[in-house]
Write a protein that binds this ligand. Structure first.
Ligand SMILES: [Zn+2]
Ligand SMILES: [Zn+2]
Length: 185
């Protein structure tokens, strides 16, 4: 969904949508499962910087909720996590701050986003909001045993006969190779 400045100048745009997986490109970090529900409104806020210098900012307020899949940090099995968050964001035309940015590098406005070509895509905003709300580290269970550093099996579902001690780690790569050779014979 595209919020176009000229349309929002007439009246704020309300939205209430369910986006199918794939509509929001989450890259490699997460996979959407089922619909991503989002609702809110977008409006233009005029910033008066001078008698003839009026900047049209977009204020986007809303929320989203959905189910996402991310890899377990230890065993890389997919883990489903529900995410939901509210947002209240300001987007400025990309050209409006070009000069200002050169003048004051330390502007405390790091929270401001930018839009190009008189419109803002809801999907782009949602991608950022979803990625921001992902936990830093997800485990499939608190005591996930992870992968064996020697043979690579998932130690939650299988037991291997590798014995990995601190003194053994140095030989891990070599021993793994030996195991595979022995296995073939
Ligand atoms: Zn795990
Ligand atoms: Zn093993």
């Amino acid at each position: 969904m595209e919020f176009v400045i000229s349309e929002m100048e007439r009246e704020p745009i309300d939205f209430d949508l369910e986006l199918a997986p794939g509509a929001v490109d989450l890259g490699e970090e997460a996979e959407q499962q089922g619909p991503l529900a989002t609702s809110g409104s977008a409006e233009v806020i005029h910033e008066h910087r001078g008698p003839k210098d009026i900047v049209a900012d977009i204020r986007l307020r809303g929320s989203f909720r959905g189910l996402f899949q991310v890899p377990c940090a230890r065993c890389v099995e997919p883990v489903s996590i529900p995410l939901a968050a509210d947002f209240d964001l300001i987007f400025r035309p990309a050209a409006a701050d070009a000069e200002a940015a050169e003048r004051s590098i330390t502007a405390p406005e790091t929270e401001i986003g930018y839009y190009l070509n008189d419109s803002l895509a809801l999907e782009d905003v949602l991608r950022e909001q979803v990625l921001l709300s992902l936990p830093v580290r997800t485990l499939c269970k608190p005591d996930c045993k992870g992968l064996c550093p020697r043979c690579g099996i998932n130690r939650n579902c299988q037991t291997c006969s590798c014995q990995v001690g601190p003194s053994d780690l140095r030989w891990t790569a070599l021993a793994g190779l030996r195991d595979r050779i022995e296995f073939k014979n």
